[in-house]
Design a protein around this ligand. Structure first.
Ligand code: UN1
Length: 551
C-alpha cells in the first residue's frame, strides 16, 4: 500500500495544479507545494512564509511546504466565509445534504489513498488511519439525510388565530481548529454539521497534518461545495490559529469549535465568553478504566492494553488511570505486562501489523518525555519504559530502523495514588498510571477523582456494579466491558469537568452546537392580541360533591 496509494492521492491533489518540489525523499514520494484555499482559490501566505510537513515515521520524508498564514490571510479567509454565508444559508438544506453525501462518496472512492496519506503524515497505523477516514465517511452519510430533516416544530398558541413555529438557523462564520491525531474524523465532526446547518467555515489545519487537510478540503470542493463555504488556512504554533481566535474580539467570527488541550480551550472559552460567541470545546482527558474481580480478565487486559497503547496513546479517549481491584491485581498485572513487553512498534506503512507507530511529531515526543519524568518525580514507580526508542535502546517488538522516526517506549507506572500529580495530569502518549482499589466504592471514587471527565470504562460481570458505575461516574462517555476508546459517529462525543464546556460533537446532538432556535409567531387574527393578558380565563367551577364521602 505504501508505494502506490500515496501517489494516487498525490495525483488527486495535483489535478488542481500542485507542483512537485525538489526533494530527497527516501521513499520516492513527492514533496509538493501546498496552498491555503480561500474562496476556492489556491493562495500563498501574504508574506511568502512557509513551513514543512514531515513524516514522523521517516523524518527525511518531506510531504510538502505550506503557507505560514499571516493575520491578513486569516482575515481574507474570514471575509470569504462571511461573503459566502448568505447564499449558503439560503441553499435548501436537502441540497446542502446532497453535497455532503457526495463528499462521503468521494471519500469512499479515495479511502485507501487518504488512509495512506494520513499514515504518511502523522504516523498512525494504516488500520487506525482507515478508521479515522471511515469516521469522516460515516459523518457525511449521517448528515446527508439530516439535510432532509433539520426539523423545527409547530407549536400551539395560547391565543386563537395565531400560529407558533420554531426554526433552526445557522450561526454564521465558524472558526474550526482541530488537533492532528484524528485529522480526518475530527474536522469532519465539526464542519459537516456546521455546513449542514448553513454555516460557513474558516478551517485552520493542524500544523502536523496540512497535506491531509488540503486533500480533504479539495475533496469537499470536488463534491460540489461552493467557493467560500469552507476556507482552509495553514499555520504553525500560535500563528494562524491565534489570529482566528483574536478575530472573535473583532466581531468577525460567530462560533469557534476547538479540539485540543484544556489550557488552550480555556483561553478560547474566555475570548468567546466575553464576546458572547458560542464555543464548542473538546479538551483533554485522564480517562479511568476500572477492573473488578468478576470481569473476564483476558478481555479486560486486552481492552486496557489497547486503550493505553493503541494510537501510541495519542487519542483524547486513551486510557489514563488503570484502576485495578486488589484481589485480582497480581493476576491482571502478570497478563498485562506480558502484552506490554511484546508490544510491536514501527512504521506501519512498511511493517504492517504493528500496534503503534511514531509520535505524531517531535513536539509530541518532547511533551511526552517531560510528562513521564513528571510521573517519576511525583512518586510513581516505573516498571516499564526507557525513553525514546533508538537502535541501541529498543523494546523486543520494535520493527525497522529506529533512527528514522520519532518512536517512544511504552510506559507503565505502578503504585500510583490519588495524591500524586501524575494521577491528575493527562499524558498524551503510550503511558499508563496504575492505581489499586480496595473495593468497588473506592474504584468509583478513584475514577471520579481526576479533574477530567471525558471517557471512562469498567470491566465487570456484576450487573449491579455496572449500573452503579454508569450512574456514579461523572464523564461524557462510559464503556461497559469495553475500552475507553471507540466513539461512533452517531453518538454524542464530549466531556464534562476539565474535558470541555458541555457541548457535544456527532449525531443529532451536535446540531445544537451549530444552530440557534428561532421562535416565530404568526398572528392571523388581524388584531393585536396580547399573550398572557388577552388569554381567555377559564374559571374553576365549585363541584357539589364531597369526594371524601366516596372513599
Ligand atoms: C480524539 O482523540 O480527539 O473514540 C477523537 C475514539 C475515536 C475518536 C477520538 N473514535 O477514540
Amino acid at each position: 500500500m505504501n508505494g502506490t496509494a500515496p501517489e494516487q492521492v498525490m495525483t488527486h491533489v495535483l489535478e488542481v495544479g500542485l507542483e512537485h518540489l525538489e526533494n530527497d525523499n527516501p521513499n520516492g514520494l513527492p514533496k509538493v507545494k501546498g496552498y491555503n484555499i480561500i474562496n476556492g482559490q489556491l493562495t500563498e501566505s501574504s508574506d511568502g512564509g512557509t513551513f514543512e510537513s514531515t513524516n514522523p515515521a521517516w523524518q527525511t520524508d518531506c510531504l510538502g511546504e505550506f503557507p505560514l498564514s499571516t493575520k491578513s490571510d486569516v482575515h481574507d479567509a474570514l471575509a470569504a466565509a462571511g461573503a459566502a454565508f448568505p447564499g449558503w444559508a439560503a441553499t435548501p438544506a436537502p441540497t446542502r445534504g446532497q453535497i455532503i453525501g457526495n463528499m462521503g462518496r468521494l471519500l469512499m472512492e479515495h479511502k485507501d489513498a487518504i488512509t495512506a496519506l494520513e499514515t504518511r503524515e502523522i504516523g498512525k497505523t494504516l488500520k487506525e488511519s482507515a478508521g479515522s477516514v471511515q469516521e469522516a465517511i460515516d459523518t457525511c452519510l449521517f448528515f446527508q439525510s439530516e439535510g432532509r430533516r433539520l426539523y423545527g416544530q409547530t407549536v400551539n398558541s395560547e391565543l386563537p388565530d395565531k400560529e407558533l413555529f420554531t426554526y433552526r438557523r445557522p450561526l454564521g462564520v465558524c472558526g474550526i481548529i482541530n488537533a492532528c491525531n484524528f485529522p480526518a474524523a475530527v474536522p469532519f465532526w465539526k464542519m459537516i454539521p456546521a455546513i449542514m446547518c448553513g454555516n460557513t467555515c474558516v478551517w485552520k489545519s493542524p500544523q502536523d497534518a496540512p497535506l491531509l487537510s488540503f486533500a480533504l478540503a479539495r475533496i469537499m470542493h470536488e463534491a460540489g461545495l461552493p467557493d467560500g463555504v469552507i476556507n482552509l488556512i495553514h499555520g504553525k504554533g500560535s500563528g494562524a490559529g491565534q489570529h482566528l481566535v483574536d478575530a472573535v474580539d473583532e466581531g468577525l467570527v460567530n462560533k469557534i469549535s476547538f479540539t485540543g488541550s484544556t489550557a488552550v480551550g480555556k483561553m478560547i472559552g474566555e475570548v468567546c465568553g466575553r464576546n458572547l460567541v458560542s464555543a464548542s470545546l473538546e479538551l483533554g482527558g485522564k480517562n479511568p478504566l476500572v477492573v473488578m474481580p468478576s470481569a473476564n480478565l483476558e478481555n479486560a487486559v486486552e481492552g486496557a492494553y489497547w486503550s493505553a497503547f493503541g494510537t501510541a496513546g495519542q487519542r483524547c479517549t486513551s486510557l489514563g488511570n488503570l484502576i485495578i481491584h486488589k484481589d485480582i491485581y497480581d493476576s491482571f498485572m502478570e497478563m498485562f505486562m506480558a502484552k506490554v513487553e511484546s508490544t510491536t512498534i514501527g512504521d506501519s506503512a512498511r511493517n504492517p501489523g504493528v500496534l503503534y507507530g511514531p509520535m505524531l511529531s517531535e513536539k509530541y515526543a518532547k511533551d511526552f518525555l517531560r510528562d513521564v519524568e513528571m510521573c517519576e518525580n511525583s512518586g510513581a514507580r516505573r516498571v516499564f519504559g526507557k525513553g525514546r526508542i533508538t537502535n541501541e535502546n529498543k523494546p523486543i517488538g520494535f520493527q525497522g530502523d529506529a533512527s528514522e522516526g520519532v518512536y517512544m517506549w511504552p510506559y507503565v507506572f505502578v503504585d500510583v495514588t490519588e495524591d500524586m500529580k501524575c494521577f491528575h495530569e493527562e499524558i498524551f502518549g503510550p503511558a499508563v498510571t496504575i492505581v489499586k482499589a480496595d473495593d468497588f466504592e473506592h474504584g468509583l471514587h478513584l475514577a471520579n477523582a481526576s479533574p477530567y471527565g471525558l471517557s471512562s470504562a469498567i470491566y465487570t460481570n456484576d450487573r449491579l456494579e455496572a449500573y452503579r458505575y454508569k450512574t456514579g461516574i461523572k464523564a461524557g462517555m462510559t464503556g461497559i466491558n469495553n475500552s475507553t476508546t471507540g466513539a461512533e459517529a452517531h453518538l454524542p462525543f464530549g466531556g464534562v469537568k476539565g474535558s470541555g464546556n458541555g457541548t457535544r460533537e456527532s449525531g443529532i446532538w451536535v446540531i445544537e452546537a451549530y444552530s440557534y432556535w428561532h421562535a416565530v409567531n404568526d398572528e392571523l387574527s388581524g388584531k393585536l392580541q396580547l399573550a398572557q393578558m388577552d388569554v381567555e380565563e377559564i374559571e374553576i367551577e365549585e363541584a357539589d360533591v364531597d369526594y371524601s364521602s366516596l372513599a
